[in-house]
Design a protein. Sequence first.
Length: 523
Amino acid sequence: MTVASAAQLAERERNRLLRRVDWRFLLAQPVVDRVLCLAGDDLRDGCRLAATHVDVALAESSGPYDVAVTQDADDDTLAKVFERLRGGGELYSEWSTAQDHDGIRRRLAVAGFSDIRLYWPWPAPPNAEVWVPLDAPMAFGHYLATDRHVYSGWRHRLGTQARRALATWQLDSGRVVPLCVVARARGDADDPAAEPGILQAVRASRQLDQREERLTCALLTGGPRAISKVVGLVYSDHAPTPAFVIKWPRVEESAAGLEREAEALAASHTSGVVVGIPRLLGRTGSGVRLAVAETAARGAPMFTRVSRATLAPLAREGASWLAGFHATHRRAPCDAVSWNARTTHAMARFADTFDAVIDPALLDETTSALAFPGEGMADVIEHRDFGPWNILVEDTGALTVLDWESSRVHGLPLLDLIYFVTYMAFFVDGAMVSRRFAESYRVTLDPRSSTGALRAELMERYRQRFGISVAMERALRALCWIEHADSEFQHFTADAGGRPPDDALRASVFVQLWKEEMSALRR
């Protein structure tokens, strides 16, 4: 079974096995044909998701192989594996006990391997969130500074801080376990095929064409689902910060999102560089072989800086950035045909997926609210995940907006702002931990509350800037959450391995928000 067909597995098991082989994104080609895997069950099963053909013993070996995988290999095994790799083939090897790093390099060199790179995955696979190249240990600090996980409660946060302090000490002391190695068999280091195509594309676009300039890649692999992308932080000549980043899809169905991201980044800079959006540096391949390179971002996630005291200034800054971006790329207004096509599809999908748990009368009411509100609705680049986890804030206050996989180059106004203000309130109200989303949202819909007054202020500023009528605003509010509910349904489906149970559908955050929104629109 290959990555493309891995959807046959239940989500939890699928994600575990795929994360067990995330090291494949350190290879020249993450999707390989022939693999010799002399390792335990999890690694073997993971390899079967990532490769076309997998042999699991030297006796059955019919090489040559593109990749060999070993665990705690002795010198004899390394030599035999080397002989079964094609020229330029690659080795991935793990050691489960502390090793002398120079000694490991010497052993691999004696076996015939070159381009030997040592990594420390933390935590240990299959739960690794970061793969730190020992040639660029500063990548761990970058991971800590830009981590976008939402931690549930002070105990979780304290535990995480303690584990990370220990990890920092381990890295500084060199006592890293497991130790993972990627190396190349034979091959010419100057052979362009020895370097991934996406790196060649970036060298050309950035004029990094000096072959002696070594690029080192760290991996961020902490996505919660199989469809989560893998991100490579590429360092040049031991620089303290990444030179650029590379994104790959873990599985076939996540490639479309990266295609959308590449399209949105390119469209965002068509009229010149836009501050706050990564620039597209290159892309290669398609489907599960897609790779997208873009400029690196700096700063801490906005939600880590949100408090009662900072909510208003941060929300105003985010809303101002969004309005300025939309104004820069404002195009011909959305017409009745485009509007009706989008809303009809959204309603049909919503009714089909959540029909068991939604009130038909409320559905009819929503359909009425979505009647075309008239001419003049701006066509903008819509991010569609404009939450405070996807907005980095530098110490200077500058913002950078990440993760454009859900974007629409020809999108609608106001929807990103509704999403942004809603989640800013969730962080302040503690709903991200308590899960009391409907209650928090109900408060933001009341302009007499502090979060409600802020929402009303930001919505009015945006509405006035783009000439959005009251009827347009009502229609956009009615549309917002029924569209987002579709992504939630897809997650429920993956978790259930089929049609989700009604209890899962009733727990939908976006269905709850839709109900609250429609209730507010009645008033």
